[in-house]
Design a protein around this ligand. Structure first.
Ligand SMILES: NC(=O)c1ccc[n+]([C@@H]2O[C@H](COP(=O)([O-])OP(=O)(O)OC[C@H]3O[C@@H](n4cnc5c(N)ncnc54)[C@H](O)[C@@H]3O)[C@@H](O)[C@H]2O)c1
Length: 308
């Protein structure tokens, strides 16, 4: 199968490509992969270094909004796995235009070209953030979309556009909605790498509001296995939630990261900790030098972030 992977130089897309070309998804062992990526601030060619010389791999720098380029690439493809997106909630609150262009119009551009070239399968990688907030429990795939941020609204819009191409045109579209990912190669503005690097640098970690916002967490490898499964066996027109079943408040997550940093430090590094409840006091922990510190900074919660 010839697979076009959009956004394949980003965090999740590059994991998918590296794993696929390492033989991690047996149904696609003989596949070729073309990555189309604009290399925005979030895209990094180094994420693809391990497969750069693989004979089944091609990289194309370009924009999913470029109709001619997309048309040319899709004329050669059997399937698309569509990761490319503007993906950071906070950036979408500062300015939504890029989010609407890339996430909505970019998706529509890919879908139109897929129709023209009679594509076998289009996997649209979406997010559970399209559902919005919930007080308890979890969402079924049939739950109405009630996105809260411009990011999640743009993803919800692209979900609905993708769904409409399945319903109206019979295009073989499958949509995945995954919870929060963590793992290697994640851009350091996202919460886990940001908190880990802040802890390493002895800086406070930023927590919104009371830190009790709940998130479900999933390793990127598990997410990508889910996407490969959907690419292989998903039912046309279907939506698949992909979750990890590890729900943590941001405060619990922070505690776990701090504990991990402490363990790493006690394995050979030195640290000292600052109490989050008494930020002005330092409590040295049996070690002398301050490679690691611990404190958090409260930020007012902002619209678009949701409690669960
Ligand atoms: N990170 C998560 O926790 C998470 C969870 C669920 C779903 N998702 C979804 O998974 C997908 C990938 O997320 P990620 O965390 O890897 O994002 P990312 O920001 O790390 O990567 C996005 C990639 O898309 C590329 N890109 C952006 N605009 C482009 C354009 N116009 N044309 C071509 N390429 C472009 C970037 O250069 C980058 O390589 C997104 O669609 C996101 O909504 C992410």
């Amino acid at each position: 199968m010839k697979i076009l992977v959009t956004g394949g130089a980003g965090f999740i897309g590059s994991h998918f490509v590296r794993t696929l070309l390492a033989g991690g998804y047996p149904p696609f062992a003989d596949s070729t992969v073309v990555v189309l990526d604009k290399l925005t601030y979030a895209g990094n060619l180094a994420n693809l270094d391990p497969v750069r010389d693989h004979p089944a791999f091609t990289f194309v720098e370009g924009d999913i909004l470029d109709v001619r380029l997309v048309d040319e690439l899709l004329s050669e493809a059997d399937a698309v796995v569509h990761f490319a997106a503007e993906s950071h909630v906070d950036r979408s609150i500062l300015g939504a235009a890029d989010f609407v262009m890339t996430n909505v119009v970019g998706t529509q551009t890919l879908l139109d070209a897929s129709l023209r070239h009679d594509l076998e399968r289009f996997v649209h990688v979406s997010t559970d953030e399209v559902y919005g907030s919930i007080d308890s429990g979890s969402w079924p795939e049939s739950h109405p979309l009630e996105p809260n941020s411009p990011y999640s609204a743009s993803k919800a819009s692209s979900d609905l556009i993708a769904r409409s191409y399945a319903r109206t045109h019979g295009l073989d579209v499958v949509i995945t909605r995954c919870s929060n990912n963590y793992g290697p190669y994640q851009f350091p503005e996202k919460v886990i790498p940001l908190f880990v690097t802040n802890l390493i640098d002895g800086l406070p970690v930023p927590l919104y509001g009371d830190g009790l916002n709940m998130r479900d967490w999933l390793h990127v490898d598990d997410h990508c296995r889910g996407i490969a499964l959907v690419l292989d066996r998903g039912r046309p027109g279907e939506v698949y939630n992909i979750g990890g079943g590890t729900e943590l408040s941001n405060r619990e997550l922070t505690e776990r990261l701090r504990a991990g940093s402490l363990r790493a430090a006690s394995a050979g590094r030195h640290l000292r900790c600052r109490s989050p409840t008494r930020p002005s006091t330092w409590s040295p922990r049996s070690m002398s030098c301050s490679a690691y510190t611990w404190a958090w900074t409260r930020f007012d919660d902002i619209n678009g972030h949701y409690r669960r």
